[in-house]
Ligand binder design. Structure first.
Ligand code: ZN
Length: 700
């Protein structure tokens, strides 16, 4: 490990943050980010850091304080305010206690938080308080864990680090670890750091750099020892990597479907997001002798438990071109996992805290030799955390496997951490929408209605693959939505008239999030002409997009819903013209009527898969804010001219023709889509008009 300390960068951050937060906290932020930027030290919310200083109360009196990282905050992107100020003196008094429950510890920490309500201090806050050094850094460095997570781990660590450090056996994080650390430090105050077996490493210093450089030096020592002893597994041929990547879009929906379980009484299933991990390192590990035993032997550090579960599920290798065998193997692995998890719950029932419900018996990580890992979470963030932790876990276990045997925490310690309610707070906190964990494909997304539907689905928590012809319109929509919704939206260029492109888009979505639950068939084009002067080529263009495009998307959806096996919803954006066609709208009305009829057929054919197919029938949606609809481009200028109206006047004209005198917007169409997508009623084959009330167009 190389030191990344750079005096210029440090000074720049002090200039940026020092005025508001002080030089010490600015430097604390700088070196915390250096640690957090290295995934071999910490991932996501792992690790914690602190600095000691003072705070001044309202009466002008100064108090000693320790600024400790907030629980769950990521070091790599930490802000100065995420080091929470705690009054030091009252915390130091806790050292004299023999025991302190988690509840009391949380109460004490929140009682002595100098900025009440500013967050929840790390579970290791007392370690930071009890160690007297000004700066304290704690990570779960891969190299350290690769040394300690072995049968002779502590002994090996003592050999490697010599008298420079204290090696502690595993102690449950929190008050007891803080006491053990304080005791060990006072017994050997000259050491530069501590190794916590099967947990991580802590270093300290009087300034930010000293503590950081101690971390670099000690981790480098561990790395040097590993490099001298470990043998590397043979490299994986490029063709195997390619095969594994190809297998993911077929395997992920099957896993996702099985994890969904049966529908509840409201027709709703458990939706998870899948994040695949396919790397040469992982494939080599999975093929190595002893891999399954090592994979089963627990996480690297107890902090990972709530993210990955105590062990992964293991699927025997299969031929991904045979979906029957694939489903059978994955199903078997899930049943095995569930059985093992229930036995683990039974064996450790006496350790279960009162009133805490058991987690479901589904794996968070599924390992498949020849394919890689499929990591599951209730939303994208959880799944991505499980994937990133799995990557680190495999890196360390592969290193251990090269020279010895991996040994994780004993089961009671695993169980104790998994069911420690203090840790569960990290799992809550994010608001879940009604469609959290669901994946939608929206066609014609770059238009006015399509973009409104994408936004509506994203606001409901859905993951959205926005598809349209590739180009600036799709790109600008995706970047606009990504600014609000981050990685929950992705743009997938797709021509609905090209069956191969549609199939490829589905594979891409399956590789990105694991499958598809919701399909919004919205792509459509308009053409204005009387029948007498109809240009046949223009008519056929509408047939291709509006009819064949709908057919191709419905057909692909049907095949993929069958593969996933966990139901789904289709909403076809129809039009009031299906029920009340207009003169000069022959091409549009006829082709949309055919699409509408295909949707009704789909509702008949797909019901046995628990797939519901419904329609929404809007009238005259011309824009979604700044985004004009294709229909507007086709008819707007012409109609304005014909009626001698401006844009606002034309919109008023359309409004005045409905019963409610209501404008119809893309958001209204999105709301109708959401009604079906959230399964409010057991309905299929139905149409919701979104038109302000047009008696001629009411579906009968
Ligand atoms: Zn830790």
């Amino acid at each position: 490990m190389r030191s990344l300390w750079n005096d210029d960068d440090a000074r720049r951050l002090v200039e940026e943050l020092g005025k508001a937060w002080g030089e010490e906290l600015a430097l604390r932020t700088y070196s915390a980010r250096l640690l957090g930027g290295d995934p071999t030290l910490v991932v996501h919310g792992g690790g914690n850091t602190s600095v000691k200083g003072t705070v001044t109360d309202i009466a002008g009196e100064r108090h000693r304080a320790v600024f400790v990282k907030a629980s769950g905050a990521s070091l790599g992107s930490i802000r100065p305010e995420a080091h929470l100020p705690l009054l030091l003196e009252p915390l130091l008094r806790l050292q004299s206690l023999d025991d302190l429950s988690d509840d009391d510890m949380v109460l004490e920490l929140s009682r002595h938080l100098f900025r009440p309500g500013s967050g929840r201090p790390s579970i290791e806050a007392l370690v930071h308080a009890f160690l007297p050094a000004r700066f304290v850094d704690h990570t779960h460095a891969d190299a350290v864990l690769a040394l300690t997570n072995q049968p002779r781990g502590e002994e090996v660590a003592r050999e490697v680090f010599g008298d420079d450090v204290v090696v502690l056996p595993y102690v449950s994080p929190g008050f007891h670890l803080a006491k053990a650390v304080a005791g060990a430090f006072h017994a050997s105050p000259r050491v530069r750091g501590m190794i916590w077996a099967r947990h991580g490493i802590v270093t300290w210093g009087e300034d930010a750099r000293e503590s950081y450089e101690a971390m670099v030096a000690l981790v480098s020592k561990a790395e040097a020892r590993l490099a001298s002893s470990a043998s590397r597994p043979p490299a994986v041929p490029a063709a195997s990597l390619e095969r594994a990547r190809d297998a993911v879009p077929a395997a992920a929906p099957v896993l996702r479907g099985l994890l969904a379980g049966p529908a509840d009484t409201e027709g709703v299933r458990r939706r998870v997001v899948i994040q695949p991990l396919v790397t040469p390192e992982l494939l080599a590990f999975l093929a190595a002798p002893g891999a399954r035993e090592a994979a089963d032997a627990g996480p690297l550090t107890s902090d990972h438990l709530i993210r990955t579960g105590p062990w992964p599920a293991w699927v025997e290798a299969f031929d991904p071109s045979d979906p029957g065998v694939m489903r059978e193997r994955i199903g078997l692995a899930l049943r095995e996992y569930a059985g093992r998890y229930r036995e683990y719950l039974d064996r450790n029932a006496s350790l279960m805290p009162a009133g805490v419900p058991a987690f479901d018996a589904w794996p968070r990580v599924v390992l498949v030799p020849g394919l890689g890992a499929l990591c599951a979470g209730r939303d994208l963030e959880d799944a991505a955390i499980a994937r990133d932790i799995t990557e680190r876990t495999i890196a360390v276990k592969a290193q251990v496997l090269g020279s010895g045997r991996y040994e994780g925490l004993p089961e009671p310690d695993l169980f104790g951490m998994e069911y420690r309610t203090l840790q569960h707070a990290k799992l809550g906190g994010r608001a879940a929408g009604p469609l959290t964990g669901e994946v939608a494909v929206v066609t014609g997304a770059a238009g006015a209605i399509g973009s409104g539907i994408c936004r509506g689905l994203l606001e409901a928590g859905c993951l959205v693959a926005a598809t349209d012809l590739g180009g600036a319109a799709l790109d600008s929509l995706v970047s606009e939505l990504a600014a609000s919704f981050g990685p929950r939206v992705t743009g997938v260029p797709m021509d609905v008239t090209d069956a191969a492109a549609v199939a490829a888009a589905w594979r891409r979505v399956a590789a990105t999030w694991g499958g598809v639950d919701l399909v919004i068939v919205n792509a459509g084009i308009a053409h204005v002409s009387s029948l007498a002067s109809m240009d046949l080529a223009a008519f056929r263009r509408l047939e291709r997009v509006n009819v064949e495009g709908t057919l191709i998307v419905l057909a692909e959806a049907a095949r993929q819903f069958a593969l996933q096996g966990s139901g789904g919803d289709v909403v076809v954006v129809s039009t009031k013209n299906v029920f009340a066609p207009g003169a000069k709208f022959g091409a549009y009305s006829a082709t949309k009527a055919a699409a509408h009829q295909l949707a009704r057929i789909a509702s008949l054919e797909l019901a046995e898969l628990d797939v519901r197919v419904n329609m929404v029938a809007p009238d005259a949606v011309f824009s979604d804010g700044a985004r004009k609809s294709g229909l507007w481009a086709e008819v707007g200028p012409d109609r304005m001219r014909a009626r001698g109206l401006d844009e606002a006047g034309l919109e008023a004209y359309y409004r005045s023709r409905n019963l409610l005198k209501a404008p119809v917007t893309a958001k209204h169409v999105a709301n109708a889509v959401l009604f079906f997508a959230t399964r409010q009623t057991p309905t299929t084959g139905a149409t919701i008009p979104v038109d302000g009330g047009l008696p001629d167009a009411t579906p009968r």
